[in-house]
Design a protein around this ligand. Structure first.
Ligand SMILES: *[C@@H]1O[C@H](CO)[C@@H](O)[C@H](O)[C@H]1NC(C)=O
Ligand SMILES: *[C@@H]1O[C@H](CO)[C@@H](O)[C@H](O)[C@H]1NC(C)=O
Length: 426
């Protein structure tokens, strides 16, 4: 027995250093990206109403069937085209359907479900500038993962969210079903080994829903571990600023007000608004007229001029964010910390068209610490929930997928999850 353990130790060591040799002992792994974390394609049909003549023609070059890349296309950073982009990304809440749908005349699709292909780069022609999960995938390949064999990707239309019980969410629910099928397939082609799911940001909220919507027996059979990177379990304060005054997508010369309307229509953005369970009574937005905590999001949506969002928010989203149920499969939360993160937003007399003054607190630059660490607090008394938190100092919401030492932490954790099995088999 001792000898065997020793041999296994050597095997582990050699797996760590000999990256040339793929190992068949790995648990299959599925990557679930965050908001905006995979490519989306669109095509325009007869019902499309261009907001300007330019949009009628843009983009000039299209693929077979009229498809073009909607996300991400750097062309839309030029002011005249930003509006075309915003119109096409806009979702509508349809009261009769009680569901969200695309803008009229805009069809969208997600390519390569099951593969990592569409989440490596947001624009494959601009690999350096738009690399998303490519560095993580490379690191996973170094420990022996092989795309299509042991490594899979679950891209989705990240504008759509999920809805509380009793409300349809056609696009989000289909994604959850596809993800479930992918988990089963990945396990099946790997000799029945349970799967490791690795998510980034919004992806983690979808994965928790997937787990909790399926019976414990399914989870035990198919899920080895859930590694949740940078998950905003209770939303972010920054999201209130996106709703109030728009978000430049990190690009300095994009006018945030041009994309604000579109950003407000995204169902997943509503899902990322701060929830009271995590932020409590803390005043998050302060104006000369009012103050808003996470309890007052409804009032906030009204006051910023987005009363259309109130109904879907209160019926579909709020009940969803209020429950964070322990799925009883082992979870590791990997979070960046020590980065200035918006914590309180101050708007002046001129209202919400001006960008706010911001007071910063701790977090990963996007998600507040309280939200990143929410599970630790909520699940402290859950006996059957294995939960490990790994904090990585000085690492932001996006650099966690880019920075060499952060990637080493992630692959190290995945490596160790795989090694547990070897030992328990002994
Ligand atoms: C405060 O109220 C005034 C008067 O109704 C209005 O003009 C102003 O835009 C409001 N400001 C904010 C930040 O809500
Ligand atoms: C990774 O992040 C750490 C912490 O911020 C920093 O010290 C280090 O230089 C970064 N490494 C690379 C390769 O960027």
């Amino acid at each position: 027995m001792k000898r065997l353990m020793f041999k296994l130790g050597i095997l582990c060591m050699s797996m760590m250093f000999c990256t040339c040799q793929a190992t068949t002992n790995l648990h299959p792994l599925i990557l679930v990206p965050g908001n905006g974390g995979n490519q989306l394609e669109a095509r325009l049909t007869r019902g499309y109403k261009p907001s300007s003549l330019l949009c009628h023609w843009y983009p000039i070059v299209k693929q077979k069937g009229g498809w073009f890349r909607l996300w991400f296309d750097p062309g839309v950073l030029l002011a005249p085209f930003t509006q075309c982009f915003a119109d096409r990304m806009t979702l509508f809440y349809d009261k009769d359907l009680d569901d969200y749908r695309n803008a009229p005349g805009v069809e969208t699709r997600v390519l390569h479900f099951g593969s990592t292909q569409s989440l490596l780069y947001l624009d494959p022609n601009l690999k350096r500038a738009t690399a998303y999960m490519a560095p993580l995938v490379e690191s996973l390949e170094e420990i022996g993962y092989v795309s299509g064999e042991t490594l899979f990707g679950a891209p989705y239309d990240f504008r759509y969210g999920l809805a509380a019980e009793g409300h349809p969410s056609k696009v989000g629910s289909k994604f959850l079903q596809d993800l479930k099928d992918l988990v089963e397939k990945a396990s099946r082609i790997n000799g029945g080994k349970p799967v490791i799911i690795v998510s980034h940001s919004l992806g983690g909220l979808f994965v928790l829903q997937l787990l909790n919507k399926n019976p414990l027996s399914w989870r035990r059979k198919y899920i080895k571990h859930f590694v949740a990177i940078s998950t905003p379990w209770g939303g972010t304060v920054e999201q209130m600023s996106t709703f109030a005054s728009g978000n430049t997508l990190g690009v300095p010369f994009v006018d945030p007000l041009l994309v604000r309307e579109e950003q407000r229509t995204s169902e997943s953005n509503l899902w990322l608004l701060p929830c009271a369970k995590v932020f409590g009574e803390t005043k998050l937005v302060i104006t000369p007229n009012a103050t808003y905590s996470a309890h007052e999001i409804t009032q906030f949506l009204n006051d910023i001029g987005f009363s259309r969002g109130v109904y879907p928010y209160t019926t579909r989203i709020l009940p969803l964010t209020e429950q964070l149920i322990a799925p009883e499969v082992p979870i590791t939360c990997m979070v960046g910390s020590g980065v200035r993160t918006p914590e309180t937003l101050f708007y002046r007399e001129n209202g919400f068209d001006e960008q706010p003054d911001v007071v910063y607190g701790d977090g990963d630059g996007t998600v507040n610490m309280a939200s990143l660490l929410a599970l630790e607090k909520f699940w402290a008394k859950e006996k059957n929930q294995a939960l490990k938190i790994i904090r990585i100092g000085g690492i932001s919401h996006t650099s966690i997928l880019q920075n060499g030492s952060a990637l080493a932490e992630i692959t190290g954790e995945i490596y160790s999850i795989n090694s547990h099995v070897t030992i328990s088999v002994v």
